[in-house]
Design a binder for this molecule. Structure first.
Ligand code: ADP
Length: 400
């Protein structure tokens, strides 16, 4: 069965197509600058030459149409016919409390996804546009929504309620939701496979460290706490997002500098985090290079970044009453041995004893202690495609 995975951002579309019988990637790519005359499509069919094109792409529907035409093109295509796509998996950022797992999309489900726009006004609308365009352009395929928030819906109220007026939760549903759920679930599962232990028997802390970063405590197969909150702004210090701060600080700056809420929102989301501390650099490779050359601010950024991660590892070990495995994933987690070393330093009391050679060589197992430390590449697109298959199997409608 061939499954197309679509991830629609505000001006971009990322796609991958898999042959799921063999979990084989057939092609992938992206369209960026959607809405502009100089949009760019990058198409990477596996085992064949990649293609890049600059052309006007008006909206997400046109972008999906372009992808489909490329997929069936006699020269570039990997499909004989669009009908070969039997299912489409859509990444949806926010499922609120409505969605505790992935679902097949129908009119009623789409309405419920629309009701979650208020929680993610920037992210959910392009996701919805992608779903609507996909229904229109690939009407014969089953459409499935996979939510970033769903894995965290197992958190109890002691983890998701804020110390705020309770009515805000009752009336406005203001609570911790958590994000990156597909990735946390995927790597936690993989960790259990690697350790050859039942998923439901383990206490795992998963660190998804990329431009956006979050940590999740996965106890006995379920998310019991996570660092991102009502929005992806909370928790770790990220590339350009501030993470945890004293909430009085933005109020203070808004009053002093006469800033509007949207100006403050941009400052906290786009000008803070590592970029804020370093004075503009948010890419961890650059930060490591400049720190190694003696830049104190870049070294400080690294220390602030890794200390926050360490604090949450301690907190989540306490919340779960122990830890069997610590997992590093995503761009930084998979590639930066420096960050992994700085995070694990001093965690011997948790059974974490880093094997420096294994760490430097980016091996899967990098600890000699009783707690396993694992480096596991995330693959959110494949995880979405797997969810699609599961949903369809559950609904007993899988057409092989
Ligand atoms: P996102 O998907 O959130 O945009 P990624 O998971 O792709 O982010 O991670 C991007 C981050 O990973 C960047 O900060 C980048 O510098 C970092 N990164 C990628 N490769 C390396 C590397 N070899 N060493 C250190 N950091 C790396």
């Amino acid at each position: 069965m061939k499954v197309l995975v679509l991830n629609c951002g505000s001006s971009s579309l990322k796609f991958r197509i898999y042959q799921m019988d063999r979990e084989e990637l057939l092609a992938g790519g992206l369209v960026e600058r959607i809405g502009f005359d100089d949009a760019r499509m990058i198409y990477r069919p596996v085992g064949r030459e990649s293609l890049e094109k600059t052309l006007p792409v008006k909206d997400h529907e046109k972008a999906i149409d372009l992808v489909l035409k490329t997929l069936i093109h006699p020269d570039t295509g990997i499909l004989g016919n669009i009908l070969e796509i039997e299912a489409v998996g859509h990444r949806v950022v926010h499922g609120g409390e409505e969605f505790t797992g992935s679902v097949a999309i129908n009119e009623a489900v789409l309405e419920r996804i629309k009701a979650c726009v208020k929680f993610a006004p920037l992210h959910n609308p392009p996701n919805i546009k992608g779903i609507q365009a996909s229904f229109w352009l690939i009407p014969f395929a089953r459409q499935v929504a996979v939510f970033d928030t769903a894995f965290h819906q197992t958190m109890g109220p002691e983890a998701f309620i804020y110390g705020l007026p309770y009515e805000w939760y009752k009336v406005h549903r203001i609570r911790r939701y958590g994000f990156h759920g597909t990735s946390h679930q995927f790597v936690a599962h993989k960790a259990a496979e690697i350790l050859e232990k039942p998923f439901k028997s383990l206490k795992i802390i998963t660190c998804h460290l990329g431009n956006g970063s979050s940590i999740t405590a996965v106890r006995h197969g379920e998310s019991v706490d996570t660092t991102m909150g009502f929005t992806p702004l909370e928790g770790l210090v990220m590339g350009t997002r501030c993470g945890d701060i004293d909430p009085a600080i933005p109020l203070h700056r808004m009053e002093e500098d006469q800033l509007t809420p949207s100006q403050m929102d941009a400052l906290l989301n786009k000008k803070s985090g590592l970029a804020g501390i370093t004075g503009g650099d948010n890419d961890l490779r650059t930060i490591e290079e400049k720190a190694a050359k003696g830049s104190e601010r870049h070294q400080l950024a690294l220390e602030v970044f890794t200390r926050r991660i360490k604090k949450y590892i301690g907190a989540y070990a306490a919340v779960m009453g122990g830890i069997d495995a610590l997992v590093f994933t995503a761009g930084i987690g998979e590639n930066s041995d420096t960050v992994r070393r700085m995070v694990c330093e001093g965690l011997e009391f948790l059974g974490i004893e880093m094997n420096e050679t294994a760490n430097r060589n980016h091996k899967t197992r990098i600890s000699d202690g009783k707690t396993s430390v694992l480096v596991i590449p995330t693959n959110e697109e494949l995880a979405i495609a797997e969810e699609v298959i599961e949903v369809l199997e559950r609904e007993n409608q899988l057409v092989k």
